[in-house]
Design a protein around this ligand. Sequence first.
Ligand code: ASP
Length: 340
Amino acid sequence: MHVRDLVLQKPRVLLVTTGGTITMLRGANGSLYPCEDAGMLLERIPELNTLADIDILPLTSVDSSDITPAVWLTIARAIFQRIKEYDGFVVTHGTDTLCYTAAALSFMLQELSKPVIITGSQVPLEEIGSDGRANLINAVRVAISDLAEVAVVFGSLIIRGTRAKKTSVFDMQAFISVNDVPLGTIGLAIKFSSFAKTRSRRKPLLRTAINENVALIPVYPGMKPCIIEYIAGCHDGIVLEGYGAGNIPTGEKSLIPAISQAVARNVPVVVCTQCIVGSTEMELYQVGRAALEAGAIPAMDMTPEATLVKLMWVLGQTDDMGSIDSMMQKCFVGELHEVS
Ligand code: ASP
């Protein structure tokens, strides 16, 4: 190939579609439903083709409420199989469970040498005032950039896949980056943070072994311990959203014996915080320390979404309680700040 050809050649991007509002239509009853025709994305935004040569891979077309861990695997495998063919990947997805999928792809597609970008919209592309057009164009711009990570592109933010959280049903800036600065911002230009990983000759790894038999439950005032006992009886792992710094009731309705029993049955209990910002600090209060002493594992500054997906992914690799503990507290893909 001549240098001239190289210069003229457009980057290649694979657009993987899964459904979500961005490709939804409004039914006669006023409710939105997923449109089967993913090709409409390119018809609606023809100038995407001026940025890159885009192929569309329709994987599924569902409201993201119906995305399951099996779909995460399908997306990860589809991208990995084509990793050499494209310069970057964009996944369109519903916003409701986008953070879970972003976290799953982050753990499953490691050592990436090119970008895998997930985006969606608050308003369907077909409707007036849609944010889908800008989000998709920006997603493709980031997919042909120098970034080499799984990232969410939404509104003006580029967010690491394990750090994204949907915080608004209404705002066009529906996602924030939790406990870490964004990987980049989109304004007059796209600016990346200095810690964003960039393209290199890394050899990507596909690590899809997961155990999806994990539950995520919030602690709430008056919660009955039998809920944890029941869940521990039919799951291989539990993520408990504790209060504040990872605090768990220890009084009249103490959850501590149920946590001890679960751990004794080799069901790991990982405690994250219900707060959006901050980290577990379970030795700060006696009510957190009691859970630690019962064998709970702190999720530190991971989001509940990333904690759930990570526990599934860790349990896909080991059932040794010591290894689960150390893997949950180790940073693999920027999901937590390790305590030194
Ligand atoms: N319910 C939609 C979904 O998650 C919401 C959206 O995409 O914004 O598929």
